[in-house]
Design a protein around this ligand. Structure first.
Ligand code: SF4
Ligand code: FES
Length: 275
């Protein structure tokens, strides 16, 4: 493939300011191209050199904070994690994430995603006995950790929600992000909250509304498979309904480490005064 090294990139960016009225429209900006430039670098160039009123979210610039999700050439991406070169085109169209309402330009309102996330109780739930000592550590083997680890890498960017065709047609759908987190906590060997959480996804707008398009898993920039989590929740619910649900005992509390003498005595670094 020919080397991609254009002098300039034309950014067509969707602008929309509800305070000024008017409909969302595309505005053109020309940005000088440098090797290694990301879509976010291009937007920052526009903001710093051409139009300071352009609004978008970004913070970490390293695919961790989850704030720079947007539609680039009609596909959801993290702007900081996407090199312009990947598109092999000197024209980019940047729009806000779909399935969410626009606050301004590329900034969308993520409240629906966060409220669904909150609904599924994204924290460890333990019975009374497990909470006697709030500082206690619960034992977990590497195998137990691996049952949910990939889902713990979710950065809550909303890209799966933007890619999901069900979220596009059902505003009450819990969405792939929240349901993947529901599975993440239900599968955690330290948790005892399945009874509380499973009914929250066993609804018309929960797991049964997922058509298994798999768009969420394909688009997730962190390599999570939310579609798989939803299918695993369906399996769990079906097993419960048939009375085949397995109740595992929650991970025990790790006993406190006994003070022990170091095998090699610590050297004495005290500076001794000369007499
Ligand atoms: S599952 Fe992936 S795409 Fe969805 S919010 Fe988490 S990190 Fe983003
Ligand atoms: S700026 Fe943090 S994920 Fe892109």
């Amino acid at each position: 493939m020919a080397e991609f090294n254009p002098e300039k990139i034309t950014f067509k960016v969707q602008r929309y300011n509800p305070e000024n009225g008017g409909a969302p429209h595309l505005e053109k900006f020309t940005v000088p191209f440098n090797k290694g430039m990301t879509v976010l670098d291009g937007l920052l160039y526009i903001k710093e050199n051409i139009d300071s009123t352009l609004s978008f979210r970004a913070s970490c610039r390293m695919g961790i904070c989850g704030s720079c999700g947007m539609l680039v050439n009609n596909y959801p991406h993290l702007a900081c994690h996407t090199q312009i070169e990947e598109f092999h085109s000197d024209k980019l169209t940047v729009r806000p994430l779909p399935n969410l309402s626009i606050i301004k330009d590329l900034v969308v309102d993520l409240t629906p995603m966060f409220s669904s996330h909150k609904q599924i109780k994204p924290y460890l739930i333990r019975g009374e006995a497990g909470m006697e000592d709030p500082n206690a550590e619960f034992a977990q083997s590497p195998q137990e950790l691996n049952t949910f680890l990939q889902f713990a890498y979710c950065i809550k960017c909303g890209i799966c929600l933007a890619a999901c065709p069900t979220s596009a047609s059902d505003r009450l759908f819990l969405g792939p992000q929240a349901m993947a987190q529901c599975y993440r906590y239900c599968a955690d060997s330290r948790d005892q909250g399945q009874k509380e959480r499973l009914p929250l996804v066993d609804t018309d707008h929960g797991v049964w509304r997922c058509h298994l398009a798999g768009a969420c898993s394909e688009a997730c920039p962190k390599g999570l498979d939310p579609a798989l989590a939803i299918q695993l929740l369906k399996r769990q619910l079906a097993a419960e309904a048939l009375g085949l649900g397995k109740r595992r005992p929650p991970s025990p509390v790790v006993p406190p480490i006994k003070e022990s003498k170091p095998k090699v005595p610590y050297p004495d670094f005290t500076v001794k005064k000369e007499k």
